[in-house]
Design a protein around this ligand. Structure first.
Ligand code: G1P
Length: 288
């Protein structure tokens, strides 16, 4: 089975659910504790063996690219002040040249369109898609869990989790086939169905391992739910032609595109930090 070397991170979204913080600041740059949301995604991808990150950006998102660049003045100042540990950590977090590339979506036409914009950079090989808003805290990084499944099953692998029936209209929903409780065969996919039309309550979460043929489907630019070019619709067309599985990943997912989900991520990750966790928990108790 071919290795997954590239990951597409669509980061062109406007972040209207997080206004006014996102008037100028890309939503992906909001910190969860002390690290921008996008850095969690990049670290997860790297931990899964990804060698090249393709950012699909838009106007006003240049800070994301700057964040992963060598901050020459900062590095020099830290070195001069003898802050060895801080410097080493920043250097280790900086991807090697060529490991991050960016292209622009130009128009907000949906997730499927954003992925299609990366087609020349991805080429004809299986690749990952990571939706940065879905921050997943897991003992084994979620994408690494999926890479391991892909190595066995081949084909497309989606991260899935059960959601309450009343929330099906927020997600791509799977029509499940054979199911061993962890890996489930995908027999159908529907984007954001109302509960009465949902084939299950198994929702797609923002991690995908995809076969390159999805780009051919996306190239048709067919408009789906919400008037957008949907990744889910293009994937649905591949079912039956290629292996297609969902993985009930191990770990906790936080929807950082939403105020409450974002706050939950901050609280959960701060509370488990060895350095500030104990003091933070004591502080939090005052508010409960
Ligand atoms: C996107 C996908 C949807 C998926 C979700 C996961 O929706 O279109 O199928 O379930 O991400 O977070 P969005 O959240 O961008 O509306």
């Amino acid at each position: 089975m071919s290795r997954i070397r590239k990951a597409v991170l669509p980061v062109a979204g406007l972040g209207t659910r997080m206004l006014p913080a996102t008037r100028v600041l890309p939503k992906e740059m909001l910190p969860v504790v002390d690290k921008p949301i996008v850095q969690y995604a990049v670290e997860e991808a790297m931990a899964a063996g990804i060698e090249e990150i393709v950012l699909v950006t838009g106007r006003g998102k240049i800070l994301i690219e700057d964040h992963f660049d060598r901050a020459v003045e900062l590095f020099e100042t830290l070195a001069r002040r003898g802050k060895r540990a801080e410097l080493e950590e920043l250097v280790a977090q900086t991807p090697v040249p060529g490991a991050i590339v960016a292209t622009r979506q130009q128009e907000p036409k949906g997730l499927g369109h954003a992925v299609w914009c990366a087609r020349h950079l991805v080429g004809r090989e299986p690749f990952a898609v990571v939706l940065v808003d879905d921050l997943i805290d897991a003992p084994v990084p979620c994408l690494a869990q999926m890479v391991e499944v892909h190595a066995r099953t081949g084909g497309n692998v989606l991260a899935v989790m059960e959601v309450p029936f009343e929330q099906t209209a927020r997600y791509g929903i799977v029509a499940p086939g054979e199911d061993d409780g962890r890996v489930v065969e995908v027999r159908g996919l529907v984007e954001k169905p109302r509960p009465e039309n949902a084939p299950s309550r198994l929702a797609v979460i923002g991690r995908y391992i995809l076969m390159p043929e999805v780009m051919d489907e996306l190239a048709r630019h067919e408009v789906g739910a919400g008037g957008e070019i949907q990744l889910t619709d293009a994937l649905a067309k591949l079912i039956g032609r290629q292996a297609f599985h969902g993985l009930r990943f191990e770990g906790r997912r936080y929807d950082c595109g939403d105020r409450l989900g974002y706050l939950e991520a901050v609280v959960a990750l701060a509370a488990k930090r060895p350095d500030i966790g104990p003091a933070f928990r004591a502080l939090l108790a005052q508010y409960l």
